[in-house]
Design a protein around this ligand. Sequence first.
Ligand code: HAM
Length: 437
Amino acid sequence: MAGFQSLPGFREFYPEDFSRRQHIFRVWRQAATSYGFQEYDAPVLEPLELYTTKSGDEIEGQLFSFTDKGGRDVSLRPEMTPTVCRLVGAKAGALKRPIKWFSIAEFYRYERAQKGRLRAFNQFNADIFGEAGPEAEIELIALLVQCLAGFGLTKDDFYVRLSDRDLWFFYLEALGFNDAQSRGILGAIDRYEKMGDDAFKGYVEAHGALADETKARVLAFLQIKSLADLEAALAPFASEKLNARLADWRKVLGGLAAMGLSDFVSVDLAVVRGLAYYTGFVFEAFDRKGDLRALAGGGRYNDLVKKLGYADLPAVGFAIGDVTTGLLLEQRGLAPTFVNAPDLYAVIGGEQERLAAFADIRALRAAGWRVEYPLKDVAFGKQFKAAAESGARLALIYGGDELAKGVVKIRDLTDRSEREVPCDRVADAVRDALGGH
Ligand code: HAM
């Protein structure tokens, strides 16, 4: 085996791959700024403790963690949420509310590599702090839709499944579960789609068998797919807490409908999210065909900032990943083609002419044109071939004969027409031919 391989689950971005990634980042950044979110960044290496108590068992088992040379227990970040809570928490008093922030960054999880899941991946995170009402959910779900629609994806390509952990807890409480049991049930529900009935095994081991009737009621709640069904399921409880939640549901769905986004959002109580810190609405985006793992996930986490030792600050947010997004774009033929063509290609006669060309090349580049030239002397024929293959629109020809006459020849590579321009008029001639700059 020659050389070294990169580690499993880590990607290398050759220029073509890099340009696809840049396209994804560009669309996300454009969406976030149009929604008034501000960009931030943070360390890639964090104290291990930030994750071991807050993110939940699943992520804890996947940490890239180690002891550094100073004896600190550290971890590469598996997600942004605890970090952004620290950033906001530390300056909560000074930040203007609502705090709407986003970031684009790389994360690391020691997962079993599979389609759509790697060990190093990028996420776009968007979060709102300081807004307890469902208006924040409307803003974020709308932004999530734009983060995918911005590529040209439509309601036939993806959708957002909206659920509510508070509702689940209230409902399970009404069925007689205590808090620890409810968490066990939600863990089972999180795995239910993948594992079916086996998902309840862990619950039964920890808390004992589930009565058939109770399990049936849990599974019936999980199948709720509309607001009307939800209202009907909750009506018998006539609880104030539940009615307040339903009012929030109407607000979120009403707001998204008013934005014209109803077709992108489905009520779906089967989504509960694996991360431990979520408190209220939770949501995940999926491709419609169901071929891929989740595109995005998020929800409300009103307790996390306080749990980290800062102010009591309500929060909600989501993250969308570049791996599944990239796969979906490819499937739909929406990945951009790699364009790397220069505007101009300088064809140069020899060492003398090269020095004359350099002044123009530098000035043209400074003016914003993409200019290429051969680094070494090669035959004219080869240079013209390279110019044509490069995709450049114009060739600038610096031959001995031309320079002796005080001109540069400009060849239009699309129709092969040529004209000569005085040496000091090259920039003007290029602007005339190509426009702009
Ligand atoms: P998450 O569901 O763990 O949520 O990840 C969000 C998205 O990141 C996933 O839907 C997926 O697209 C991508 N992702 C996660 N793990 C991998 C992986 N191993 N390989 C490729 N892509 C992956 C969170 O991380 C929360 N912190 C999101 C959040 C922000 N909640 C509130 N604010």
